[in-house]
Design a protein around this ligand. Structure first.
Ligand code: IMP
Length: 191
């Protein structure tokens, strides 16, 4: 069986492919999809669903798409679905973190969580998988691994930020790791 993973990130693709035995994953360029897929929903799940529905409608393929956001409790769930563009359309990681830290500086509650939603379209049915990682935001950036908000996020039960963890350590506990494992579990039990 072949499935499209709505990404051009070959690291993400490799990671997931390594966990699937009988399924061959294709990335967007493998199906000649080079345009920007619309992500205009106001929810994380909505964006994942919008992306995979776009591919199923326009390219007649089965596959899955993911979307991730960071929700900060004291900021009523911001930046949430707007995590990538929080400080502006140029998607600057530094500007995004600085804006978040500035807004959060007046609050004592530092609780936050990452959410990843994966939407799978397969044989005319849609399946949705969610992974959540609870933690807190710190004001001093720490670590140089990972990406995005990793240097200011410490998952519950740890004293390291995501940016101070190896890829393997992060994947064991991360939102994305959890959602991907649910997807893989589902795919591996298909006939
Ligand atoms: P995407 O849905 O994977 O494109 O993620 C949206 C935005 O959330 C990214 O631009 C990152 O800023 C942030 N983000 C997603 N996943 C992570 C993560 O694992 N750690 C830190 N930031 C992340």
């Amino acid at each position: 069986m072949k499935l499209v993973f709505a990404t051009n990130n070959s690291n993400k693709l490799k990671e997931v492919q390594a966990m699937l035995s009988d399924i061959q994953l294709l990335k967007l360029t493998d199906i000649n999809c080079t345009e920007d897929i619309p992500e205009t929903s106001t929810t994380i799940a909505g964006n994942a669903i919008q992306k995979i529905n776009y591919l199923t409608t326009n390219y007649k393929v089965d596959g899955f798409a993911d979307d991730t956001g960071l929700e900060v409790e004291a900021l009523n769930g911001e930046p949430g679905v707007y995590s990538a563009r929080y400080a502006g359309e140029d998607k600057s990681t530094i500007a995004n973190m600085n804006l978040l830290l500035e807004k959060l500086s007046v609050h004592n509650n530092k609780k936050a969580r990452f959410i990843t939603v994966i939407a799978l379209n397969l044989n005319g049915e849609q399946h949705v998988f969610e992974g959540i990682c609870e933690g807190k935001i710190i004001h001093q950036q720490r670590g140089n691994k990972g990406f995005g908000y990793d240097p200011i996020f410490i998952p519950n039960g740890f004293d390291k930020t995501f940016a101070e963890m190896t890829l393997e350590e992060k994947a064991q506990i991360s939102h994305r790791g959890k959602a991907v494992r649910k997807l893989i579990c589902f795919l591996n039990q298909l006939d």
